[in-house]
Write a protein that binds this ligand. Structure first.
Ligand code: FDA
Length: 546
């Protein structure tokens, strides 16, 4: 399918700018880029541009580096950090980036698992959207506009303060940024009842476009097709969901001696079939660590139930009595308080803690980490294999290692795999996040995590072994230097997007054929030679609209 008129309008604003000469000297390119920003019609205030010589450069760069693995002296740093406060300044940054072939990386909350929003091996600038953090709730319409630089804690807080009955189904951690999170899907404890964050995006404003002007393919792609690929999302209109005034939470621990393995095994087949109102996550981990070994295996079951304790207890008694849940394990609270409960804050934290986007928030940002994802489809992992994976956690060297399992089913079973680019829907029992956190220099911990991942290989989705784009993992493939090598991108692309990869390539080819917005795992445009042929072949996907 050829680009629609709105898409062409988008291109017209990008294409007429003359290309810079091949391989200009880096310093000159940087000066030209700055000149373009400030006086070349860009109108970008110089006090919002930070070079390494600026005393505030490091503070701003590090403000949202959420993985210490990418905050070392060897991490490539940006030549500039741009901190726009208006959309016209974002527009100027894009225009000058195009004009001077100066690479930019977009950063909203900085949680990218591979640090791609603030590191790159060549010269580049970070476009930091931290100032774009407005949240405007329309209570009557049950919608909100939220800007990309807002974090999830702010979003939840603003919504619930307007109405305690309104909520939004997105991630658990308060500091995750809206921009990257919505671009890749986004899920939390409400996923089984209401789907992903991206399922509930109903409009989006980029630099010049909104839903009506961007066309349906483009709007489809930006809700789950991954960040830094199709342009810059400035604000999102979201559909709010209704929650009861009282919800119930619990977090209970079972050791292996308390029958933890049997209970975890049962969890695998039960959790995705529970009523949508209940989301029950499972973390397999260890405790009582000495130097290189832990001695106790623990399973932590954490839940949000959209209802009161008595109903939850009846439900658990009939569907999952093995857990042995009691009334004392349960706490009733508002939905907003439940976000604090699951956010890892101290028990006396108030809901205002959700507004803290600094490094004081509960996660220990001084640690390094690496995560990998999997989807378990059809059959549960055999109990013996589950035990083997759990055993692997005992030989722990990282400060923390775990296998976090999120149940699917519910609404995720009912949404088509083609509705947005996120394809992991019906047939999945649960998603896994394999995790390692450490503080020393050792890259060997990454090797340890890969071994853990290998242990799961025979029991998770295959051909392809699926992965979640928001848990970015460069191990599964990268674009490398040749950005348009479509076949190479297919290797990781089909893991993240399944059959939607082809359509994403077609949209990318239409909206950003020169690949201005790119990173090591952004969907590439087709090479010129095969464009029309592939675009025509891809039109079969046209039926998969909203
Ligand atoms: P960041 O700013 O690093 O952006 C991520 C990617 O999107 C980058 O490629 C970036 O260039 C691009 N991007 C950012 N803003 C953009 C914009 N405005 N327009 C276009 N592209 C943009 N996930 C989940 O589903 N549920 C969860 O509960 C959690 N919890 C969680 C906890 C912690 C501690 C971490 C580190 C991560 C998660 N995640 C998660 C994963 C999270 O959803 C994922 O890392 C998001 O991409 C983070 O978005 P940020 O804006 O914070 O990151």
């Amino acid at each position: 399918m050829l680009p629609t008129l709105p898409l062409l309008l988008f291109l017209l604003l990008l294409l007429p700018v003359p290309l810079s000469p091949a391989s200009p000297p880096a310093v000159q390119t940087c000066q030209d880029f700055i000149h373009c920003l400030i006086s070349g019609g860009g109108g970008f205030p110089s006090n919002l541009i930070y070079a390494p010589s600026n005393p505030n450069y490091s503070t701003i760069l590090e403000s949202t580096i959420r993985d210490a693995r990418f905050n070392s002296t060897s991490t490539p740093k940006p030549s500039l950090i741009l901190t726009p406060i208006s959309t016209s300044q974002i527009q100027a940054a894009v225009l000058c980036s195009r004009r001077h072939d100066f690479h930019i990386r977009i950063r909203s909350g900085g949680h990218d698992y591979e640090g791609l929003s603030y590191s790159y091996s060549s010269q580049f600038a970070v476009l930091d959207l931290a100032s774009f953090r407005n949240v405007t709730v329309n209570r009557a319409e049950k919608t909100a506009w939220v800007q990309s630089g807002a974090v999830l804690g702010e979003l939840y807080y603003r919504i619930a303060k307007r109405s305690p009955h309104l909520a939004f189904p997105a991630g658990v951690t308060n500091t995750v940024g809206v921009g990257g999170h919505f671009s890749g899907g986004g899920f939390g404890f409400l996923v089984r009842k209401f789907g992903l964050a991206a399922d509930n995006v109903i409009d989006c404003r980029g630099r010049i476009l909104d839903r009506a002007s961007m066309g349906q393919d483009f709007f489809w792609a930006i809700r789950g097709g991954g960040g830094n690929t199709f342009g810059i999302a400035v604000a999102w209109k979201i559909r709010l969901v209704t929650v009861p005034s009282t919800v119930t939470v619990f977090s209970v621990v079972r050791t292996i001696e308390q029958n933890g393995l049997d209970i975890a095994n049962k969890w695998q087949s039960v959790s995705s079939k529970l009523p949508k109102e209940l989301s029950l996550d499972l973390l397999l981990t260890t405790t009582n660590r000495t130097k290189n070994r832990a001695t106790i295996k623990i399973a932590i079951f954490s839940a949000l139930f959209l209802g009161k304790t008595d109903k939850l207890l009846n439900l658990m008694q009939s569907k999952f009595p093995e857990l042995g849940l009691t009334g004392e394990d349960c706490k009733e609270m508002t939905w907003l308080e439940s976000v604090v409960f699951h956010g890892g804050f101290p028990s006396n934290a108030t809901v205002e803690a959700l507004l803290d986007r600094s490094k004081n928030s509960p996660l220990v940002w001084t640690l390094k980490y690496k995560c990998k994802s999997d989807f378990v489809r059809g059959d549960p992992i055999p109990e013996s294999a589950l035990l083997k994976m759990w055993e692997k956690l005992m030989e722990i060297e990282p400060e923390f290692g775990g296998i976090l399992m999120f149940p699917w089913g519910g609404e995720m079973e009912e949404i088509s795999e083609f509705r947005i680019p996120f394809p992991h829907r019906g047939g999945n029992l649960y998603m896994i996040q394999h995790m390692a956190y450490w503080s020393d220099e050792g890259e060997r911990h990454v090797g340890w995590l890969r071994e853990l991942y290998d242990l799961a290989g025979d029991y998770v989705s295959r051909e392809p072994r699926s992965a979640y784009v928001n848990y970015r993992d460069l191990d599964i493939g990268m674009n490398g230097g040749e950005w348009r090598r479509y076949e190479r991108a297919r290797v990781w692309g089909e893991k993240y997007f399944g059959k939607n990869f082809e359509r994403l390539v077609r949209v990318k080819t239409a909206v950003d054929p020169e690949n201005l917005f790119r990173n090591e795992q952004s969907v590439p445009p087709l090479p010129r030679g095969i464009r029309s042929q592939r675009i025509a072949a891809g039109s079969q996907f046209d039926r998969c609209t909203l």
